[in-house]
Design a protein around this ligand. Structure first.
Ligand SMILES: [Zn+2]
Length: 497
């Protein structure tokens, strides 16, 4: 039996978000050790689930589960938390030796106080323990800012190809397949990475539509090249102020570094040639709400880009709600993270009136608290289950004690005690609300909500709101990024020889 260790460390770190990420944030979402990891992740849609499924179907592999840590996207991870999780992972790996292979499920945009390239640091430490000859396969999120340190400390990298992320399990299966063939000495994976000086705007990262779809058409054609084992595009995460921030192209070839390099460069050059297509000009909140009120279709889904919970937004921005109130919109639905307001509703009790200030309590950058008056329609435990494949690969969710307020203006405000990325309509439906009957649905995200919201959306409008996940990279003061990046610098050159 070949022994393959599995470890996961998952955090999308928004270095512009004000709330740091602590150990408790991982405990709250998912932190599993040893066999717990297998129990937690078997049968799901995550890449770890895919890798475990591959191992199960391949009787020659024994999985050695180490640790898997997940936290909601938020600010930089505090130094002690990173060290604690990394040290536990390293210790578990040391105790598991000897091994035949190592699978690392990482995010690629994880930043800790001491390590801007936290994923690269994890890969380096783990590689040092197993040694350079043990095949090490890594999967990353499509929003990775891929570093050379990550790539130098692994043999093959696979990145999600779908945004919203619906192919995570497939990437885990692919990682398993590649591991299996490597362990049988059928192949010898080598990889190359290419960095065009390009930011792909978050609003142009929807893989079902051009221009993003074109990147994946190119990727598919690279997969046809003889000798290519895998190919990936990382669209990057512009809310991490790190040196590697930006788009990355990666290819894995069979014992042919030059072929891998050629494939990565070919994809990068084609993306660069289309660079103008990856930039945006979107309506602000006032214009978007006005468009929604006047629209014939319903519901209109307003995607609140500046408060993208899946990108580290606080989940309590009132910028769109302020406009809904100001422009007298009705039959709108807004979800806000606001434990204080939930408590006030619990105190008032179901069927009773409340007058409360909601939202904008995390910081000063996401609007100001909005006064609402209405009736508490429901208090819920906030637990819901999503049966379909949705962004993130999760099936069960907990948004904490949740209150539903029907306001005097006939709008619905859902108040949650835990931040929740709007990847599942069950977040709303489990509260007895029919989203398809609403005129306006506000979702705090950009691409992640679409798999859930597209089936009910009459139309979807991307809204250029301010905040920790603002669409415009020019609104951030970067200290650490590469000095030349389009479109932040317009006179950037990129020539591949
Ligand atoms: Zn992502």
């Amino acid at each position: 039996m070949k022994r393959v260790a599995v470890a996961g460390f998952f955090h999308e770190s928004n270095t512009f978000a004000t709330t740091p990420t602590t150990y408790a944030d991982f405990e709250q979402v998912s932190l599993t050790f040893g066999k717990e990891l297998i129990d937690r992740w078997s049968g799901g849609n995550h890449e770890i689930s895919g890798f475990l499924q591959w191992a199960k179907e391949n009787n020659e592999i024994e999985i050695v589960p180490l640790l898997a840590a997940f936290a909601m996207p938020s600010g930089t991870i505090v130094a002690e938390t990173f060290e604690s999780i990394a040290n536990q992972m390293e210790k578990a790996l040391r105790e598991s030796l000897p091994l035949d292979g190592l699978y690392l499920a990482l995010h690629g945009a994880t930043v800790s106080k001491d390590f801007p390239d936290a994923d690269g640091e994890i890969a380096k430490r783990m590689r040092q323990i197993v040694g350079p000859d043990i095949p090490t396969v890594m999967t990353l999120d499509l929003h990775a800012n891929v570093s050379t340190k990550m790539v130098e400390n692994t043999d093959a990298t696979m990145i999600y190809r779908s945004n919203p992320h619906l192919d995570q399990k497939d990437r885990g299966l692919e990682a398993g397949e590649l591991m299996g063939r490597t362990l049988k000495n059928e192949i010898r994976p080598v990889q190359a990475v290419e960095y065009p000086p390009l930011i792909i705007n978050i609003a142009k990262q929807y893989t079902d539509e051009l221009p993003a779809k074109g990147l994946y058409d190119d990727l598919q054609s690279v997969l046809e090249w003889p000798g290519i084992l895998s190919a990936s595009v990382a669209m990057g995460f512009s809310y991490s102020d790190v040196e590697e921030m930006g788009a990355t192209f990666l290819a894995v070839a069979d014992n042919d570094p030059e072929l891998a390099r050629k494939a990565a460069r070919w994809m990068a050059q084609r993306a660069w040639d289309n660079r103008e297509e990856f930039q945006v000009n979107l309506p602000k909140a006032d214009e978007a709400v006005s468009m929604a009120i006047q629209a014939i279709e319903a519901p209109i889904v307003l995607l609140d880009i500046g408060d993208n919970v899946g990108g580290g937004g606080p989940g309590d921005s009132t910028v769109v709600l302020e406009q809904i109130v100001k422009q007298n919109a009705s039959n709108a639905l807004v979800v806000l993270f606001d434990p204080e307001a939930v408590n006030a509703c619990v105190k008032a009790g179901v069927r009773n009136g409340v007058s409360i200030e909601v939202g904008a309590k995390t910081d000063e950058r996401h609007g100001t608290p909005v006064s609402i008056s209405g009736v508490v329609r429901l208090i819920s435990d906030g637990i819901f289950v999503e049966p379909e494949v949705r962004h993130g690969g999760w099936g069960s969710f907990d948004q904490g004690i949740t209150a539903v307020v029907e306001t005097s203006e006939k709008n619905t405000v859902i108040l949650t005690s835990t931040k929740m990325c709007p990847v599942s309509l069950e977040q709303i439906k489990s509260l007895g609300i029919k989203p398809e009957t609403k005129k306006i649905l506000v979702a705090k995200g950009v691409i992640a909500p679409r798999a859930a919201y597209n089936p009910v959306a009459g139309r979807t409008i991307l809204v250029d709101t301010p905040g920790a996940t603002c669409a415009n990279p020019e609104s951030f003061e970067y200290q650490n990024r590469r000095s030349s990046l389009f479109p932040l610098e317009s006179d950037v050159l990129y020539e591949v020889e």
